[in-house]
Design a protein around this ligand. Structure first.
Ligand SMILES: NC(=O)c1ccc[n+]([C@@H]2O[C@H](COP(=O)([O-])OP(=O)(O)OC[C@H]3O[C@@H](n4cnc5c(N)ncnc54)[C@H](OP(=O)(O)O)[C@@H]3O)[C@@H](O)[C@H]2O)c1
Length: 341
């Protein structure tokens, strides 16, 4: 199998390459792609040196699989070209996620959605990904009427420039120097909390990230009737998104039953002994593939509502690991070929 990794020099792309090695992904050849700026650079991939290629009509030929993480505009232009040239694309950007003929897949939650794909498969938004890892089993067991989610999102979700901005600002505050003006975010992120993740588009009073959380959650769960409300917040954390989710079920579900259910769910680890200070934090999850869930408790204002605290590594399960898991599913299920139109 020949595999293209598009955006291989970026935060998600380099994590995908690492995850492929860790999982001994069955590729015969891996070719990294990035912008013209990086063409010719060498990537050390274990015992192999990979040479970064630019995207051209010639260079994209002959692949079985293409893992994309180069942003929406690159995916808009190049994912269909890879698909036309015979590859199945797994795309991390938001470009294709809500298209009707593009499956939006979380490996443990809705793998069946891969069947009948037309050459492009989308990887969900990182915050949505970790949240549905907990919501999927609950939906299955007790049904879900409504979810209210508030997110606490790490700066690495924006990319390396945002990590650098937090670092520089934090250093300046600690050293009592003039704080560099924000360039990536609209306000200072160091020692601050910003109730804005991405942009307010076309006068909408929800951000594009909040809209993604609401729409993508319903699509992955396969339930347009589930009501979802999201508030997305950027916090000065390097890696690991946290989500506070209030989940209203159809059938009664006790906190104990929910704990048991999630403890059995693949890819989820319950960390829930708050009296002893044991609950998931962003620091615990950085570098891990599991989604950690804790603080599982009854909402005192509603007999069929539970509150959950869900933490995931935005670069791993929130992006790279799920993309590689989806690629593995495509291979194992014989789906490395688009269904006929
Ligand atoms: N960071 C996260 O937690 C996260 C989570 C889920 C999804 N995503 C999505 O994944 C995508 C990548 O995010 P990231 O954080 O990895 O970004 P990033 O660190 O900025 O990396 C972007 C990558 O895209 C490449 N690229 C840029 N312009 C290109 C072009 N014209 N042609 C080919 N390659 C080009 C870059 O190559 P150069 O190095 O040559 O510039 C780099 O390899 C985005 O769509 C993002 O929304 C990110």
């Amino acid at each position: 199998m020949r595999v293209a990794v598009v955006g291989a020099t970026g935060a998600v792309g380099s994590t995908m390459l690492g995850v492929m090695r860790e999982r001994t992904f069955p590729a015969d050849e891996v070719v990294p792609f990035a912008s013209e700026r990086s063409a010719g650079r060498t990537i050390d991939w274990g015992d192999v040196d990979l040479s970064v290629q630019p995207l051209t009509e010639e260079s994209i030929r002959g692949f079985d699989l293409a893992l994309f993480s180069a942003g929406s505009s690159v995916s808009a232009e190049w994912a269909p070209r890879f698909a036309d040239a015979g590859a199945v694309v797994v795309d991390n950007s938001s470009q294709w996620r809500m298209h009707d003929d593009v499956p939006l897949v979380v490996a443990e939650v809705n793998p069946k959605a891969l069947e009948g794909h037309r050459g492009i498969v989308a990887n969900p938004n990182c915050t949505t990904m970790q949240t549905v890892m907990a919501l999927g089993p609950i939906l299955h067991e007790a049904g879900i009427e409504r979810v209210v989610m508030s997110t606490y999102q790490a700066v690495s979700g924006t990319g390396q420039k945002a990590v650098d901005e937090l670092h520089r600002q934090a250093e300046a505050v600690i050293e009592a120097r003039e704080i560099p003006a924000p360039a990536v975010y609209p306000h200072q992120i160091a020692f601050n909390v910003l109730p804005q993740v991405e942009t307010f588009k076309d006068g909408d009073d929800y951000t594009t990230e909040e809209r993604k959380c609401m729409h993508e959650t319903r699509k992955i769960l396969g339930r347009e009737d589930v009501k979802v409300s999201a508030t997305c917040v950027r916090v000065p954390v390097y890696t690991g998104h946290s989500v506070s989710a209030n989940v209203q079920t159809v059938e009664p579900l006790s906190p104990g039953e929910c704990r048991e259910l999630l403890a059995k769910a693949p890819g989820v680890v319950v960390v829930d002994d708050p009296a002893n200070g044991i609950y998931p934090t962003a620091m615990d999850v950085a570098g891990r593939d599991d989604v950690l869930v804790g603080r599982i408790r009854r909402d005192p204002s509603h007999e069929r509502c539970l509150n959950l605290w869900i933490v995931g590594d935005n670069l791993r399960k929130g992006a790279a690991t799920n993309a590689v898991q989806v690629a593995e599913l495509l291979k194992v299920r014989g789906l490395l070929r688009a269904a006929a139109a």
